[in-house]
Write a protein that binds this ligand. Structure first.
Ligand code: FAD
Length: 289
């Protein structure tokens, strides 16, 4: 089944994300986390793709396990910056061979020291979207950035390029993490004005430690609101308290989104089923409405 068909159905749709193991030895642990998350009956589970492309086989393996053994729709991420066009084509064919119908098409971060662009690689995600379409009838998702992509100086340009990407054949978008919902509402208004009408899933990242916050900030350049910083200041040095507060903060963001008419939410649960479970427990009655 295609994710876009699910998102077009009435009701609230919650999805989760896991990342594949770097080595085959770590496979069982990731599989265990995935199995726990699948018990929450999510609309789908997405599986990230290692920036260097080295974990691509594990992405396909985990995505197949989710779909075939757990009966949950899966979304395989795919990046193109660190692979040649030929290698990307092979990965798409491998996903097809595994019966994977849903792909999140990403450029990926540019590997350090690499001359970019280079003739043998796709430069932007929109080219990857076009390539995926040549390989078959996939449902294609893509990334978007409510605070603007870190490499882009002007938000208007970012939205213009987002429109180009969506027009290339994107069925739905998932946002980068954000911690102030007003930023998301503002972004939605701007992209709708620009003529981007596909479903947008806000990406909610439960931050459960000070180290994770630092990593997230470095990765995405996101702004942490004063309310979040106060939580970190007060509870950051008590791991259990910070974990609880981070789960509540993410839950609060989700409740606000749902209350304001957003029906599709993506949770960056990564490989932590206990966090996914805690959030879903907090929402148990809310998602029935
Ligand atoms: P693009 O859409 O190509 O945009 C990249 C930059 O180029 C932007 O600044 C954009 O404005 C600009 N641009 C786009 N088109 C043009 C054009 N025609 N001309 C000039 N400039 C242009 N990374 C991983 O390695 N693995 C993952 O699994 C992964 N999953 C992710 C999931 C989500 C939901 C998100 C939000 C990000 C994810 N990332 C992942 C990170 C992502 O790969 C990086 O943010 C990357 O830097 C940009 O990827 P993109 O697909 O958004 O690129």
């Amino acid at each position: 089944m295609k994710i876009i068909d699910k998102l077009n159905q009435k009701g609230i749709h919650i999805s989760f994300e896991v990342f594949p193991p770097k080595t085959d030895a770590g496979f069982a642990n990731v599989q265990r986390a995935t199995d726990e998350i699948a018990k929450l009956d999510p609309s789908y589970i997405s599986v990230t793709y290692g920036a260097g492309g080295g974990t691509s086989k594990n992405t396909a393996k985990i995505a197949s396990h989710i779909k075939d053994d757990l009966g949950v729709m899966s979304l395989a991420h795919l990046t193109c910056a660190s692979s040649t066009k030929e290698e990307v084509g092979e990965v798409i064919e491998n996903l097809k061979a595994h019966g994977i119908e849903n792909i999140l098409a990403l450029r990926g971060d540019i590997p350090e020291g690499m001359t970019f662009p280079d003739g043998d690689r796709f430069h932007y995600a929109y080219e990857l979207v076009q390539e995926i379409k040549k390989h078959g009838d996939f449902c294609i998702g893509a990334a978007c950035y409510p605070e603007g992509h870190v490499e882009q100086e002007h938000k208007e340009d970012d939205i213009r390029y987002l429109k180009q990407k969506v027009d290339s054949g994107v069925d739905f978008l998932t946002t980068q993490m954000f911690f102030d919902n007003d930023i998301h509402y503002n972004f939605l208004y701007r992209i709708r004005e620009a003529g981007i009408t596909v479903p947008v899933l806000p990406g909610i990242m439960p931050i459960t430690s000070a180290a994770q916050m630092k990593r997230s900030q470095e990765l995405s350049g996101t702004v942490f609101p004063r309310r979040f910083l106060a939580i970190l200041d007060r509870f950051g040095s008590s791991p259990d308290a910070m974990k609880q507060a981070g789960i509540v903060y993410a839950t609060d963001q989700i409740i606000d989104l749902l209350a304001n008419g957003v029906n599709n939410i993506h949770i960056y649960s990564m490989n932590k089923p206990e966090i996914a479970i805690a959030i879903m427990n907090n929402l148990s009655e809310i998602i029935k409405c």
